[in-house]
Design a binder for this molecule. Structure first.
Ligand code: B12
Ligand code: SF4
Length: 516
């Protein structure tokens, strides 16, 4: 049958979604005719901003030249007519949408404007954790949800629809009936031995490029692990482990190094990457044996690569070895600077001293790190947020950012936000780059946003500039003007960007206050 994969996404968010690559391969293998509608090329869709560009504007990433993307950019006002034209010419029998929570309204909004739409199926993290809501909120746009991994169930639903067979007993299916909902148990997570090679041939050429360290790279994602062994309370990964545990299944799985080799080799032969992105939640959640096998295997390629991992996983041995085989950059989640708050609210237990030491191990090897933080957690105060700033001042980061806490469905901190009355039940979480949605008595939305936009200034500029930065927090024309001036100065004089030799004023952490 004819299946249209649909990927609602915002301009500038260019990392390829592996799921669309797997689905393209799997559906073609079953003999289905597959096309893709990917909204990433439409600039300004749904009032969106270019998120990679926004990162550079907010000093979260180095400025970059995006002319490669500009050659393919389309105007958001053409998105509906282009989508409609594709429906009319291809005439799919099913639209299969993959979405996260904040992309769900973008996706549904476009679908609602189409004529002669076929049945619509939604899957991905958000539909998995809020399946009935995803159907109800779409006002008749979404017909089915498939919870959990779609590697087996998406081809299966297409096969059944083609043969006009019943869907009622399909694992993971959620569907509205006149009496309520069919809501079937989750499918078992696939064995990593059954994961296929991703087929990215349906994407536009410009989608293979993304900025990294101020340079446009032709960068492809590679799978090493599905799932994460940690339990951060704001994240969906541990919740995946929980919901699959209820069904007695194992969600955390490592790919065999042979399979990783095959994926890299296939990407090299078919897409000519100049670098890779290992998207595993915690890249180093590996045994020492697996790690060594990976490094020996990757010697053959030695293309620059990017990883994300936890401070807990850092050893000098590992990072020396990774550097030898091409490690370009590491992203770490630090998230909060107060040990007690971090452990109690975020469920991340590690001492600040350890974080500083481990990050130093990496930066001393000359490997640039970017550090991710979150601001506006439920019950957090301005004073606690300054602990995050203080801790970041101890770290020689090449890139640093603070995102707004976002209450995603299925996470413990979403439940906490609802219970404390900071967030309405059934309301959707939105993009992490946008102002907070929580309404908290101890810290207003405006104050959180003001501090968030000045976060990098507080981290990177000397402390004697803090009174000026305080004025830049004001979300007023005067505050904006001060913010713009300080941002420029910070960019010119205080960002390290890989310059690990430069001495500067990086302040000290007040450990005593943290212990209180
Ligand atoms: C790589 C990654 C990205 C990449 C690629 C995004 C993508 N859509 O794949 C980039 C960098 C672009 C990205 C961006 C964002 N991401 Co992201 N990202 C991830 C990460 C680390 C891995 C995703 C992945 O590839 N997993 C492996 C594949 C195999 O799994 P999967 O994508 O979940 O798909 C499987 C199932 O969900 C299902 N499925 C998926 N789609 C469909 C569709 C159908 C029809 C069916 C039947 C099944 C199905 O089958 C797939 C195969 O088994 C996850 C964390 C995680 N571990 O999941 C966060 C995660 C998905 N991201 C998240 C978020 C919030 C974002 C952003 C919104 C950030 C922002 N700017 O605000 C954007 C949204 C972009 C978008 N359009 O989706 C959240 C989502 C939370 C939520 N509840 O919605 C996650 C879960 C991290 C977290 N905070 O917990 N992300
Ligand atoms: S380490 Fe990262 S992916 Fe793993 S649970 Fe924590 S935030 Fe989620």
């Amino acid at each position: 049958m004819k299946v249209l994969l649909y990927y609602p996404n915002l301009y500038g968010m260019n990392m390829l979604p592996p799921s669309i690559g797997f689905f393209t391969h799997l559906l073609k293998k079953e003999g289905h005719d597959v096309k893709l509608f990917d909204t990433t090329v439409y600039e300004g869709l749904d009032g969106s901003i270019n998120t990679d560009q926004q990162k550079a504007d907010n000093l979260n990433a180095r400025p970059f030249d995006d002319s490669i993307l500009q050659d393919y950019v389309k105007d958001s006002s053409d998105a509906v007519s282009d989508f409609q034209a594709l429906l009319d010419s291809f005439q799919p029998e099913l639209i299969a949408m993959s979405c996260t929570e904040d992309m769900y309204p973008v996706g549904v909004n476009l679908l609602a404007q189409l004529n002669n739409r076929p049945a619509v199926l939604a899957g991905g993290v958000f539909p998995t954790f809020a399946a009935e809501l995803a159907i109800t909120m779409s006002n008749g746009v979404i017909d089915y949800v498939l919870k959990g991994e779609g590697d087996k169930t998406l081809p299966e639903i297409c096969n059944r629809l083609e043969k006009k067979q019943s869907l009622d007993d399909l694992s993971g299916l959620v569907m509205k009936t006149k009496d309520g909902f069919i809501d079937n148990p989750l499918p078992a997570p696939i064995s990593m031995d059954d994961q296929v090679l991703p087929d990215y041939s349906l994407f536009e050429e410009s989608r293979f490029y993304r900025p990294m360290q101020g340079k446009m790279r032709r960068m492809f994602p590679v799978t090493t692990i599905r799932g994460c062994p940690y339990t951060c309370a704001y994240c969906n990964s541990p919740s995946q482990i929980q919901i699959h545990k209820i069904e007695g299944m194992k969600f955390l799985r490592n790919a065999k190094i042979d399979a990783v080799y095959n994926e890299i080799k296939y990407l090299m032969d078919n897409y000519q990457p100049d670098s890779f992105y290992f998207w595993a939640d915690t890249f180093l959640a590996w045994s020492r044996r697996e790690f060594d096998q990976f490094c020996d295997m990757y010697e053959e390629f030695k293309l620059p690569f990017w990883i994300q991992t936890r401070a807990e996983t850092v050893t000098e041995y590992k990072f020396k070895r990774l550097k030898e085989i091409g490690l370009l950059r590491v992203a770490f989640g630090l998230e909060h600077g107060n040990e007690k708050f971090r452990e109690r609210v975020l469920d991340r237990k590690i001492a600040n001293r350890k974080i500083i030491e481990r990050f130093k191990t990496v930066t001393d090897l000359g490997i640039p790190i970017s550090v991710n933080n979150i601001m506006g957690f439920p019950t957090e105060t301005r004073e606690l947020a300054f602990d995050t700033i203080e801790l970041n001042r101890q770290i020689r980061s090449d890139g640093v950012n603070a995102y707004t806490f976002t209450p995603f469905h299925g996470t413990p901190l979403r439940d906490m936000s609802e219970e404390l009355g900071f967030f309405e039940k059934d309301k959707l979480a939105r993009c992490i780059n946008k102002p907070t949605l929580l309404n908290m008595p101890q810290w207003t939305q405006e104050e959180i946003e003001g501090l968030r936009r000045c976060f990098v200034l507080y981290v990177k500029m000397p402390k004697n500039r803090w009174p000026e930065i305080r004025n830049a927090e004001a979300l007023t024309p005067e505050g904006d003007a001060i913010w713009e001036t300080l941002k420029q100065e910070c960019l010119e004089n205080f960002m390290h960007y890989g310059d690990y030799e430069k001495e500067d004023d990086i302040g000290t952490v007040d450990f005593e206050r943290e212990a209180r």
